[in-house]
Design a protein around this ligand. Structure first.
Ligand code: SF4
Length: 341
């Protein structure tokens, strides 16, 4: 018999532990695969989106999220596609956000909708927001996003800064000969707004045609050296419970992070799993091992015991790590918009 909520029973032995002894405390929920942008490293030119009938309802996502919290998950990140384009999305934030035991409720967004949602998200309990921004140039933004207007994202960041979240962070995917010459501009932008920034090595999910990932690979070490020429970077033990390695710049609020799946593999300390919008529990971003939770919640609409047991049993198939190899065609045919990273 499981405690109905975390606060009820003293937390003894971690429940969600995989075969490698890794404790899963972090769930990422992709609430939609759709987005108002079409970033070249996330989606192919032509995309087939999941039909609405295949999507989990927001109520089902809340139910699954709360089952994970019952099992010891303390951090939930809402992602997409672009989560804020999902209809009635505030319902999910307001209901999941008040779950006892959920200590860290965060969001990943492209910020275009933040002027509309920032205040309500803060009230709903969202503590931190990661914002995707890979360039400060309108022409490049239009190329990288295939149709976006950078002003919508920049206005979204201003709205989030004005709302006063615990922390805001820019996530920038650096591609050689696309935006690697803007690393310092992006750092200066983050410093000027007193927000964090993480530089991400591209993850090869899904086939794309816009660029050859091996040719555009720009490692975190290369990014580090570019920044190091202008800023002192002090290693920091700070973590947000995600894959970022952080550095501090003396006397500045901004933290510089690096997410380095290729050059500094982080799978040994993996603490996360992902729920896709159609209800697949993906045990690893870089593998296809998964469990269909949609079938479980629809077959047992009133029985969370079976849902929780299914989640516990899924730990047995959580893979050791990714096998990303930029020199080969992507092993994983699923695009990034199905998980949002
Ligand atoms: S690639 Fe898989 S194992 Fe590695 S950190 Fe990501 S989810 Fe965990």
């Amino acid at each position: 018999m499981f405690p109905t909520s975390q606060t009820d029973a003293p937390q003894t032995k971690p429940i969600l532990v995989d075969r490698f002894g890794r404790h899963v405390t972090y769930l990422r929920i992709s609430v939609t695969d759709r987005c108002d942008l079409r970033c070249v490293y996330c989606m192919a030119e032509k995309m087939q989106f999941v039909s609405h009938s295949q999507l989990l309802t927001l109520e089902e996502m809340v139910r699954i999220g709360q089952a994970f919290v019952d099992l010891g998950v303390t951090k939930i990140r809402i992602s997409g596609g672009e989560p804020l384009v999902r209809r009635n999305i505030l319902y999910l934030f307001r209901t999941l956000g008040v779950t006892p035991g959920l200590n860290d409720f965060t969001l990943t967004t492209n910020a275009t909708q933040l002027p509309k949602f920032a205040n309500d998200l803060k009230k709903a309990g969202v503590t931190r927001i990661n914002i995707s921004l890979d360039t400060l140039r309108q022409d490049r933004f239009r190329n990288i996003t295939r149709n976006g207007d950078i002003n919508n994202t920049l206005q979204g960041i201003e709205a989030a800064v004005a709302t006063g979240f615990e922390r805001l962070k820019i996530n920038a995917v650096i591609l050689k000969n696309h935006n690697h010459d803007e690393i310092l501009d992006l750092v200066e932008y983050a410093v000027a707004h007193q927000i964090d920034i993480s530089f991400i090595e591209e993850m090869p999910l899904g086939a794309i045609s816009e660029h050859n990932r091996a040719e555009t690979y720009f490692s975190s070490d290369q990014t580090f050296s570019v920044i190091r020429k202008h800023y002192e970077l002090l290693p920091s033990m700070e973590t947000t419970g995600g894959p970022s390695r952080y550095f501090r710049i003396p006397d500045l609020k901004t933290r510089i992070g690096f997410i380095s799946p290729h050059s500094h593999n982080f799978c040994d300390s993996c603490n996360r799993v992902r729920l896709t919008a159609e209800g697949r529990l993906l045990l690893c971003l870089g593998q296809e091992h998964s469990v269909d939770l949609r079938q479980v919640v629809r077959s047992y609409p009133d029985d969370d015991e079976i849902l929780r047991q299914t989640i516990i049993d899924s730990m047995a198939i959580k893979p050791k790590g990714h096998e990303f190899d930029l020199s080969k065609d992507p092993v994983i045919t699923r695009h990034m918009n199905h998980t949002g990273g």
